[in-house]
Design a protein around this ligand. Structure first.
Ligand SMILES: Nc1nc2c(ncn2[C@@H]2O[C@H](COP(=O)(O)OP(=O)(O)OP(=O)(O)O)[C@@H](O)[C@H]2O)c(=O)[nH]1
Ligand SMILES: [Mg+2]
Length: 407
């Protein structure tokens, strides 16, 4: 990623078949390039849009028709002159327009480069841009907010404690003021709560579990919509994990099918199953005999194959994939059990918060006031990385490098 004032281009929507596709151009030559590929070649007024043909000026071939939106610096996402072209959502058309714009003098944008420019031009802070990026990857349309306020509150508390220590340092050389320990303990609570309220990166994992032959793979295949894993009358068919990213009632999840948990004849695969059950966000427990191994808060139980089973337990949900019984109930239970978070965070922010917590705990346990001051000052430095107030060029590059192309 360079600081050069050149013009960049990238598809801002995914390269998949969809209703609308967007190509984004940003930099000083944006208007000049856009004028060459639209017909009529007059750009709409900045802040407005026009319906235009998109053409290859070398051959006059019409590539598509679409909407051109113009943003004049500094009133754009990046703070630069910028143009967005909305066309039909075909990957081929998006690629063709992008290649054409590159041939007219723009450069393919690096991942996150539009956001990087927005940051460099003072249009948004790092936590705001990280929130924007994290929201794109969230499981559901959760009501998440930026961590900006939480980070500010932690910084204020930390600074208060450091000031108190500095005022007291000459009086308390060996023993410490107990009110400082109380303040540190309460800061520890604030940081722990912030971590717990932050959506972890990645999709929530929903694991289908139960004894062998319970119908797990049948349910997995049904939910993902095609035969991804082998279904068989023989127990113990699935020997490894199969994962698929799907959407359940608008919630993106990672669905996992694995070997059955065989308590009678456990084999080596069983340890893996147990490990997965420990980290799963939701466990869908299927058993045609309504037997439960160990109840967990995040478990939803279903008596599977209820169409061929006369002994269906009263307090279990009934499920038959074959006869389409209980599937709507299953989907609605998954969506109700999904964890809800207050903040959208990046992996980077979560890593820093966890390091911060370690420094605070170390300050709490330190025996001398000097050691406490040392740990708390280290924590303060970390906060500057968290809110982007004092990030090195290298860190900034790393942050935006994790964003997608076109973001
Ligand atoms: N009657 C009935 N049979 C089902 C239903 N779901 C699955 N089965 C059958 O049950 C058998 C086992 O199904 P699988 O989906 O392979 O079960 P599994 O839990 O993945 O089995 P393992 O991978 O061996 O642990 C197959 O013969 C399926 O056709 C159902 O809803 N009703
Ligand atoms: Mg299976």
């Amino acid at each position: 990623m360079s600081l050069v004032d050149d013009t960049i281009v990238a598809p801002a929507s995914a390269l998949v078949t969809q209703a609308v596709g967007i190509v984004r151009i940003s930099g000083p030559a944006s208007f000049e390039i856009a004028r060459k590929i639209i017909l009529p070649s007059k750009l709409p007024q900045p802040g407005s849009f026009s319906f235009r043909k998109i053409i290859d000026p070398n051959t006059n071939e019409i590539i598509d028709t679409g909407i051109t939106l113009v943003f004049k610096a500094p009133h754009s996402f990046t703070g630069e002159d910028s143009v967005e072209i909305q066309v039909h959502g075909s990957p081929m058309i998006l690629q063709k327009i992008t290649t054409l714009i590159i041939s007219l003098g723009a450069r393919m944008a690096d991942p996150g480069e539009f956001s990087f420019r927005a940051f460099m031009n003072g249009k948004a802070t790092i936590p705001e841009l990280e929130l924007g990026n994290a929201i794109t990857h969230l499981s559901t349309a959760q009501n998440v907010t930026s961590m900006k306020k939480a980070i500010r509150a932690i910084r204020v508390e930390l600074q208060k404690i450091i000031t108190k220590i500095e005022a007291n340092i000459s009086y308390f050389e060996e023993s410490t003021d107990t009110s400082i320990d109380r303040d540190v303990a309460s800061l520890q609570k604030i940081i722990t709560k912030t971590i717990e309220s932050s959506a972890p990166p990645g999709l929530p994992q929903v694991v289908i579990a139960g004894p062998p032959n319970a119908g797990k793979s049948t349910l997995f295949n049904h939910l993902i919509g095609f035969e991804r894993t082998v279904v068989s009358k023989k127990a113990g068919t699935t020997r490894d994990y199969v994962k698929a990213k799907i959407s359940i009632l608008g919630n993106n999840i990672e669905l996992i099918d694995g070997p059955g948990l065989d308590l009678v004849n456990p084999d080596s695969g069983q340890e893996l199953v147990k490990e997965l059950l420990k980290t799963a966000d939701i466990i869908l427990w299927l058993d045609p005999n309504s037997n439960l191994i160990k109840k967990q808060k995040n478990m939803i139980f279903f008596t599977s194959k209820c169409d061929s089973n006369s002994e269906v337990s009263e307090d279990w949900n009934k499920l038959s994939v074959k006869k389409n019984i209980g599937l709507d109930e299953l989907k609605s239970k998954i969506s109700k059990h999904l964890p809800v978070y207050e903040y959208a965070t990046s992996k980077r922010q979560l890593d820093i918060l966890n390091k911060l917590l370690k420094h605070i705990i170390s300050a709490k346990n330190a025996s001398s006031i000097d050691m406490k001051a040392f740990d708390l000052n280290d924590a303060l430095k970390l906060i500057s990385e968290l809110d982007g107030m004092n990030c090195s060029q290298e860190t900034i590059k790393q942050i935006f490098g994790t964003f997608c192309i076109g973001k």
